[in-house]
Design a binder for this molecule. Sequence first.
Ligand code: GLN
Length: 290
Amino acid sequence: MTEHAQEKVWRLVDLMHWSVEYLEKKGIEDSRTAVEWMLTHVLKISRVDLYLSYDRPMSREELNQYKPLLLKCAAHQPVQQVVGQADFYGFQLTVSPDVLIPRPETERLVEFVISEAKKRIAPFSILDIGSGTGAIAIALAKHLPLARIHALEVSPQAVDILKKNCRFHNLMNRISIFQEDVLNWEAPEPYDIIVSNPPYIAEHEMEQLPKNVGYYEPPLALTDRHDGLTFYRHFARKFQDWLLPGGMAVVEFGGPSQRESVEEIFHAYKDPEIHRDYQKDDRFISFFRP
Ligand code: GLN
């Protein structure tokens, strides 16, 4: 037999089934979604088209492109990093190992900020601390045309991704990016709204993170290398000056176990409210400068 005759022809449908089973055996959660992401990425088609092209044979080049992605995924690398893209609040973001992959929990925070800020009728300012991909800042800019946004990010590699995402969404004129460490920074002006999803995982919890998070996401975006509360203490001291009188802060935290500490840390502010995420876990706090 010639070499050619031995080559197995993979139809899309067969490859999908085989891959899903393979990833399941490796203990990958949501393996169907991961396979769909990788195949739409390699074939440059939509998810719907994937299912309309079931019988389509995979070319050798396509298989060669797909295989390394599948192996990374099998090694528990988050599929968003594998394909370099993530979905957030109905739009796409470029991601890399240098940024936190935006989470659905944070979509609830965005939804809340939008519903509050929509009440405003004059232009207003927002500060986003620790922007990463820009998920929060970009979602707010898209839905709040009156907002002018400052985005703070300490990591230069993350700033590159942040700029790329702002450019892609055509928001460079609405979002000003500053490469700064918020712990050594002073606000140039007080803001109407401050939002943040800071690194809130305690140092001692880092080892218990699921493999896909602990091995692959940037520690700088996950942990303060202390008790997880460093940023809240800093914010509590600073937001008195960084918020305009009556201004609102909305800050994500690490779930029910941090709720009491976070409430205590921000006790001097007005109308604190704890909000839950889609899993019904306490997830972010809103409060106002008196
Ligand atoms: N939500 C992320 C996680 O649970 C952590 C993000 C953060 O520290 N802000 O892995």
